[in-house]
Design a protein around this ligand. Structure first.
Ligand code: PLP
Length: 384
């Protein structure tokens, strides 16, 4: 039986999302900027979706900009704040464990003359929030720290970081792509200024995402146009946005049942225990304390193994997992995120991420545990 444990790469769209997207493609194909009646009907559906996404975040609908996904939201947030900041503010602060959407952007900004400072990490890949204050000075335009890590599930101290930024008058952005939909989110309580995420990580469609921009935050967009209150030009992806709205409603209903998160965390723990029992020299990458990791993620290092070899064998047996970020699978380079966390290169080479969704079953977990044990035995016997 197949086991899909690669939900941090993408999730299966919920059937209700598929229906809504198909219906929108068929019936709401008019341009939401058109003044005629069907155009305005499409506009109405886009605005209803905006209200749903806003409720999921505890935001005001006017504070949301629809984008093509987290990568674009991140670009709009970071470049947009820098572009609107005074010329004296040309520094950003981020971490070495961000998704490459942030890391690569920071590298190109550095090449363009922006100063990039890195927050230090504590044991297990959690950002040292105490270190932020000393890194802030009048040259800093923005701090960007992910809410949860896509490779290890490590939860970052976003509220504390946001508070420090607020006290020092610096803008705070969080890449919440792995957080939203899995954990309750309240942008006001968290005190963040900007938040990015993608619909496809919460059972929505690909190519749809949003950026939350707290009212009052100054940002200069790069895509010009009248859409999205002139903050993101281009005709809206109406089916994607409608699908994102449905996915947000479903996520809210699921998040209201906190016992479900506990149940799934136990399933994740069950997988870890079974693997560690079968492969005694394996170990978990990431923080170990209570509530320090997302309920859905485990990253397991198999010393002496190549993650790619294990992933291919698992895939032949119907188990889908991944090595670090999906986009870097197929490359033999160890994950820069694990290396930055202090995982030795040999262990990083043999590290595999298993990520659950709210639909993951006990049978999938048990099947994955069985297959991991069998594949590791086989690879060990063949000396790979
Ligand atoms: N940020 C994080 C933490 C992610 O996990 C991902 C996707 O894996 C992204 C950003 C980029 O999302 P997208 O490819 O939908 O733009």
């Amino acid at each position: 039986m197949p086991a899909y444990l690669d939900n941090n790469a993408t999730t299966r769209p919920d059937p209700a999302v598929v229906d809504a997207v198909l219906e929108a493609l068929r019936d709401q194909w008019h341009n939401p900027s058109s003044v005629h009646r069907p155009g305005q009907a499409a506009r109405h559906r886009v605005e209803l979706a905006r209200e749903s996404v806003a409720r999921l975040l505890g935001a005001d609908p006017a504070e949301l900009v629809f984008t093509s996904g987290a990568t674009e939201s991140i670009d709009l947030a970071i470049r947009g704040v820098l572009a609107a900041a005074p010329a004296t503010r040309r520094t950003i602060i981020t971490t070495p464990i961000e998704h490459e959407a942030v890391r690569d952007l920071a590298a190109s900004l550095a090449a363009e003359g922006v100063t990039v400072r890195a927050l230090p990490l504590l044991e297990g890949g959690v950002v040292d929030a105490d270190a932020l204050d000393a890194l802030l000075d009048p040259s800093v335009a923005l701090v960007s720290v992910q809410w949860a890590n896509n490779e290890t599930g490590a939860i970052q101290p976003v509220e504390r970081l946001a508070r420090t930024c607020r006290e020092r008058g610096v803008c705070f952005h969080t890449d919440a792509t792995q957080w939203v939909g899995k954990m309750p989110t309240d942008v006001r309580a968290a005190g963040v200024d900007l938040l990015s995420f993608s619909a496809h990580k919460l059972h929505g469609p690909k190519g749809a995402g949003a950026l939350y921009i707290r009212r009052g935050v100054r940002l200069r967009p790069s895509l010009r146009g009248t859409q999205e209150r002139e903050r993101r030009g281009g005709t809206e992806n109406v089916p994607g946005i409608i699908g994102m709205g449905v996915a947000s409603e479903l996520a809210m209903a699921w998040l209201a049942r906190s016992d479900e998160r506990d149940r799934l965390a136990l399933l994740r723990d069950r997988l870890e225990h079974a693997v560690l029992e079968a492969v005694p020299n394996a170990r978990i990458n990431g923080p170990r304390g209570a509530n320090t990791r997302l309920w859905n993620t485990t990253n397991i290092a198999f010393p002496t193994l190549e993650a790619e070899a294990l992933l291919l064998l698992l895939s032949e047996r119907g188990v889908c997992a991944s090595a670090g970020a999906a986009c870097s699978s197929g490359s033999l380079d160890p994950s820069p995120v694990l290396l930055a966390m202090g995982v030795p290169p040999a262990l990083a080479h043999g590290s595999v991420r298993f990520s659950l969704s709210r639909h993951t079953t006990e049978d999938e977990i048990d099947e994955a545990a069985r297959q991991v044990a069998a594949c590791v035995r086989r690879l060990a016997a063949s000396g790979v």
